[in-house]
Design a protein around this ligand. Structure first.
Ligand code: ATP
Ligand code: MG
Length: 424
């Protein structure tokens, strides 16, 4: 692949759309005699006319050289050291150019998975170690040009996700890239080019070798931007879903595959994410599991068995959450909001405090899942609105009464203080 430099007059990236702090970092590095480029998703998104989520910088300055230039600098990462240059409300991630290990550093095909990009390299090598051509472009601030070592520009024009290098090797080196390919294809509405797609079909089982917390993080990201339905359809088509969430894949196999009711759940979930502008991870997984769980409950009931919903949810979902490395608090909360659904049609024989239910801190998520369920079944939204108004009335009467969510945006519980040590 020949490298190309595209001058400012021939591309659409304007400095005005780059965060001033990212520009500050690059200009300061350049003034000190180093090379510094804007890299990765930032350049891709700017070329597509989207607002980048974050701005990453790569440079030939080493971490210790970066440290001398920036006081607001923090080193992170044990395996590969990255610099976080902190500003008031955000961080510019600044990494030193690095490369894939050489052939002689490889110790056989079996160990491909262990190979990681752990050595410093040239800018071109840094582009080549990245995952997809659309993520391998550089923007340089001195002449405002774009540097393309990997053919990323033409793939952006043709809306293609293509691995840099041989996809059969790149996916085995790091199987999480397969989920990333699906994520970018769904979110940007791109196609995965045939060689990359076939490699996913061939190697999807390798995903089982990846670290579960990393996989879980990528799974959550699939739903950002409201493109979860397309992403899960792609996971299913490529076989990845059978490895990642075999229970969901089995449900789809038995529920008309690409025409399953699950897609209606995900379609409404996507709409909600686009409307509220944020992903609520607990709600995402509750929505994903609702159709299979309801299907199983209906099957038991059809067989004349009495379903204890809470116990069934625990039995079915807890092992899946553990396998996926879902944090414990998230798993319990997901099960709770799913179990709470029976409260919307309470058993008349049992005593039940409506106001206590509505005041509960996880009521908003419980109600959101109820609304999704009504939308999926095409039912009247009136009952959900009634419950929503009750919550608003109680809020207006006395906000203190409501047990509000102390967990902040991510729904994460506050850290418990460690128990005090007893004096001996
Ligand atoms: P997003 O907008 O979702 O943040 P992104 O492209 O910026 O997308 P990041 O996960 O933030 O994705 O990663 C930043 C860059 O690092 C990518 O654009 C890519 O060049 C590189 N990268 C990330 N993960 C990998 C990986 N597993 N293998 C190779 N390169 C990677
Ligand atoms: Mg990014």
């Amino acid at each position: 692949m020949t490298s190309v430099i595209i001058p400012r007059s021939e591309h659409s990236v304007s400095r005005q759309n780059i965060h001033p702090d990212a520009l500050k970092v690059m200009y300061r590095l350049v003034r000190k005699g180093f090379t510094a480029y804007l890299v990765g998703g930032g350049v891709r998104d700017l070329l597509l006319g989207r607002t980048p989520k974050d701005f990453d910088v790569s440079t030939n300055a080493t971490p210790s050289q970066i440290k001398k230039i920036f006081q607001n600098y923090f080193l992170i990462g044990r395996r590969f050291r990255l610099a976080h240059i902190r500003f008031d409300d955000h961080v510019i991630e600044t990494s030193t150019f690095r490369r894939c290990p050489d052939q002689e550093e490889e110790n056989g095909d079996e160990d491909l998975y262990m190979l990681r990009d752990n050595c410093y390299g040239t800018p071109e090598e840094d582009a080549l170690r990245r995952d997809f051509t659309i993520n391998g472009l550089f923007y340089e601030v001195e002449r405002f040009s774009i540097i393309d070592h990997v053919g990323g520009l033409s793939d952006i024009e043709n809306r293609l996700i293509r691995c840099i290098g041989d996809p059969n090797i790149r996916f085995r080196e790091d199987p999480v890239r397969m989920i990333r390919a699906v994520r970018f294809a769904a979110r940007l509405d791109f196609h995965i080019e045939p060689a990359t797609y076939n490699a996913i079909m061939r190697h999807h089982e390798e995903i089982l070798k990846a670290s579960p917390p990393r996989v879980f993080e990528e799974l959550q990201k699939l739903f950002a931007y409201g493109s979860g339905e397309k992403a899960v359809r792609l996971l299913y088509k490529t076989g990845l879903l059978h490895n990642l969430l075999p229970e969901i894949a089995d449900f789809l196999d038995h529920d008309h595959g690409q025409d399953s009711i699950l897609w209606t759940w995900l379609e409404h979930l996507d709409r909600r994410i686009r409307t509220v502008g944020k992903v609520e991870p607990v709600l995402v997984f509750a929505a994903l599991f609702s159709a299979p769980v309801r299907h199983i409950a209906a099957r038991y009931e059809a067989d004349g068995e009495r379903v204890v919903y809470n116990a069934m949810l625990e039995d079915l979902l807890q092992p899946i959450c553990v396998r996926m490395s879902m944090p414990k608090w998230m798993c319990s909360r997901m099960i709770q909001i799913m179990a709470n659904q029976t409260r919307f049609e309470p058993d008349k024989k049992k005593r039940f405090s409506k106001r206590g239910f509505v005041a509960h801190e996880c009521f908003p998520e419980t109600l959101a899942l109820y609304q999704l369920g009504l939308l999926v079944s095409g039912a009247d939204l009136g009952p959900a609105e009634m419950w929503g108004s009750l919550r608003s009335e109680m809020e207006a009467e006395n906000p203190q009464v409501l047990r509000t969510d102390p967990r902040g945006q991510q729904g994460r519980p506050p850290r418990k203080r460690p128990p005090r040590r007893r004096r001996r």
